[in-house]
Design a protein around this ligand. Structure first.
Ligand code: ZN
Length: 174
C-alpha cells in the first residue's frame, strides 16, 4: 500500500459491495459505484463522504440545496457517508456486483445494532474475485474490476475469509 492513509489511529476495516460499470467507453475512474448510487468512488485516493444535495420544494429558493451535514458528513440523524459493514458478507456476489473491503477513518458513525458504520473517508483495499456475472457484460465488468483494483493498488483475493485476513492485516499495519 502507498502512503495514502494519513492517520494511523482510528483506521478501521470495513466490508461492502460495489457495482462495477462495464464498458470501455466508461473510464475505470468512473466505474466503481455503490450498489445503488450514481457517483463513482475515487481510484486516486480515499473517497470522501459528501452529504448529497437535495431538491428544494420552495420555488423561491434555489432548486438544489446542500445536504444538512455540510462539511461534517456523515452526520447523526442523516443517511450520508461511506457505508461499510464490520464483517464480510458470507454470500457470493455476481458481477456487476463485487464484494470488497475498505480502510475507513475520519468521522465514523457506528451503528452497532445494525452492524454497519458510516465513515467520512474510505479507501478500498481488496476485492473478492467474482465467479461469473448476471449482468449483460460480465466479461467486460470483470476486466474493468481488475483495472479498478490496479489503479487503487487493491488486492484481488479468492474468498470472504481471505478478504477478512488480508484486510485485518492491512488495518493493523496502520
Ligand atoms: Zn448528511
Amino acid at each position: 500500500m502507498g502512503m495514502r492513509v494519513p492517520d494511523r489511529t482510528g483506521v478501521i476495516a470495513g466490508y461492502r459491495v460495489w457495482r462495477v460499470l462495464p464498458g470501455r467507453w466508461i473510464a475505470a475512474s468512473d466505474s466503481l459505484h455503490a450498489q445503488a448510487g450514481h457517483w463513482a468512488w475515487s481510484l486516486a485516493g480515499p473517497t470522501v463522504a459528501r452529504c448529497p444535495s437535495r431538491v428544494q420544494a420552495d420555488p423561491r429558493k434555489p432548486l438544489l440545496v446542500g445536504g444538512p451535514c455540510g462539511e461534517a458528513s456523515p452526520g447523526y440523524g442523516c443517511s450520508c457517508g461511506l457505508y461499510a459493514r464490520y464483517e464480510p458478507a458470507g454470500e457470493a456476489y455476481l458481477l456487476p456486483y463485487v464484494a470488497g473491503s475498505v480502510l475507513a477513518w475520519g468521522r465514523v458513525i457506528h451503528h452497532a445494532k445494525r452492524s454497519f458504520f458510516r465513515a467520512e473517508k474510505a479507501l478500498p483495499v481488496a476485492f473478492v474475485r467474482p465467479h461469473g456475472g448476471s449482468g449483460l457484460f460480465p466479461e467486460e465488468a470483470e476486466e474493468k474490476l481488475y483495472r479498478v483494483a490496479e489503479e487503487l493498488g487493491a488486492a484481488v483475493v479468492e474468498s470472504p475469509r481471505e478478504l477478512r485476513d488480508y484486510t485485518e492485516e492491512e488495518a493493523s499495519g496502520w
